[in-house]
Design a protein around this ligand. Structure first.
Ligand SMILES: *Cc1c(COP(=O)(O)O)cnc(C)c1O
Length: 397
């Protein structure tokens, strides 16, 4: 892709890791370049997407939302219908195939909401890998069901007690484990983040989202969308939703970040809007940090968006103004959670509801002949109890 040169997207990206990891990352990059060109690898990847993950996912015309909002036509790309309930399976299938190709025995992963951990544990079970998942203690408490789910799938979950005990600390712990034993381990990265080659590789594995939506919309409407909207945590579902449209300047790309309690509060995770350039977790990108470069604690109602950085390609798309990035608060996301449930009968992940909330604002401002494609990155069953609590409803589980 034109955005990228030697593992960098403009000034962003790179490989900022302990020296011991560099040879392993280079091996991985070379193995991936080879795999990418190998029809047998591509075949295995497509085959598992179709017959294990349940792809292609629907491009669903949201008739009720379209009518209710009274503007642009709204289509939802239904990643919530994938096996394991989110877009993450697309990526872990690709990385697990690469791990197998490289002769690895053990997968390790970090996880926030638990979705990536569950996806990795799932694929480890399918392929017969051993699996260790690192998860912040805060998140293991918030998402106990996903912890049990991973254990059920045969993985070992390591609660991480350092720092703010959330996703960034889980990434640190996983990177440490990897650096200590790079030969045996394949680190399955959960988003389009980290050192090269992960941001490019994860984008490629998630690009199936926009490759499909482009064909599906062509069939339904005979044209490209006007706007593509997706939520941004580390940015994997968004970059996958954008990829096939990046070289189509008529398509506006919009990433929706978690503003938490608001862009003017410190309880936020809106990295692109409020962050500055720095180096963390192996990459040069935008981060929420203080003047000394210490990473700020971040906050969002959604564990999946609660990350102080963003993948380097998004930092680049923001800097070059190819994509726009906006913030949606907890309140707005919870409103959208209830809205899409009542309008369309879809319980969407609270992460995805950040994108939905922005569509609620955007659609009425556009003419009826414009088309929005919004990615529903995952299903919301995992969030029902937290949303009830947010609304002051007590539920006995
Ligand atoms: C993990 C997750 C996200 C955030 O991750 P990205 O890499 O930004 O896509 C968003 N939605 C769901 C449902 C998730 O599980």
């Amino acid at each position: 892709m034109a955005n990228e040169k030697n593992g960098r997207f403009g000034q962003f990206g790179g490989q900022y890791v302990p020296e011991t990891l560099i040879p392993e990352l280079n091996r991985m990059a070379a193995a991936y370049e080879e795999a990418k060109q190998d029809p047998a690898f591509q075949h295995d990847y497509r085959e598992l997407l179709a017959n294990y993950a349940n792809r292609p996912s629907l491009l669903y015309y949201a008739k009720n939302m379209t009518k209710d909002l009274g503007g642009a036509k709204i289509y939802l790309k239904r990643e919530d219908l994938n096996h394991t309930g989110a877009h993450k399976i697309n990526n872990v299938i690709g990385q697990a195939l690469l791990a197998k190709r490289m002769g690895k025995k053990r997968l390790i992963a970090e996880t926030g909401a638990g979705q990536h951990g569950v996806a990795t544990a799932t694929i480890a079970a399918l392929f017969g890998f051993e699996c260790d998942v690192y998860m912040g203690k805060e998140d293991t408490d918030r998402q106990q069901l996903n912890v049990y789910r991973m254990e059920l799938l045969g993985a070992t979950v390591h609660p991480v007690e350092t720092g703010t005990k959330t996703l960034k600390d889980a990434v640190n712990a996983a990177l440490q484990a990897y650096a200590a034993n790079p030969d045996d381990i394949f680190y399955v990265m959960g988003s389009a983040t980290g050192p090269h080659p992960y941001p490019s590789m994860v984008r490629d594995f998630q690009s199936v989202i926009s490759e499909e939506s482009k064909l599906q919309l062509q069939k339904a409407e005979g044209r490209l969308p006007d706007k593509v909207v997706a939520c941004v945590g580390g940015g994997s579902n968004a970059i996958g939703s954008f990829a096939a449209y990046i070289d189509q300047p008529a398509v506006t790309l919009i990433g929706v970040e978690a503003a938490g309690k608001g862009l003017h509060s410190t309880d936020t995770a809106a990295t692109i809007e409020l962050g500055s350039t720095g180096i963390f977790h192996g990459m040069k990108s935008l981060f929420l940090q203080n003047k000394a470069g210490q990473i700020n604690p971040v906050y969002s109602i959604s564990a999946g968006l609660d990350y102080p950085g963003v993948g380097p390609e998004h930092a680049f798309l923001a800097a070059t103004k190819r994509a726009e990035y906006v913030g949606i608060t907890d309140d707005e996301a919870v409103g959208a959670f209830e809205y899409i449930a009542k309008q369309e009968g879809i319980i969407a992940a609270v992460e995805s509801c950040h994108a939905i909330a922005y569509v609620q604002k955007l659609a009425p401002t556009l003419p009826k002949d414009e088309i929005i494609v919004c990615t529903v990155s995952g299903r919301g069953d995992k969030d029902v109890a937290a949303i009830a609590k947010y609304q002051g409803v007590e539920i006995n589980e």
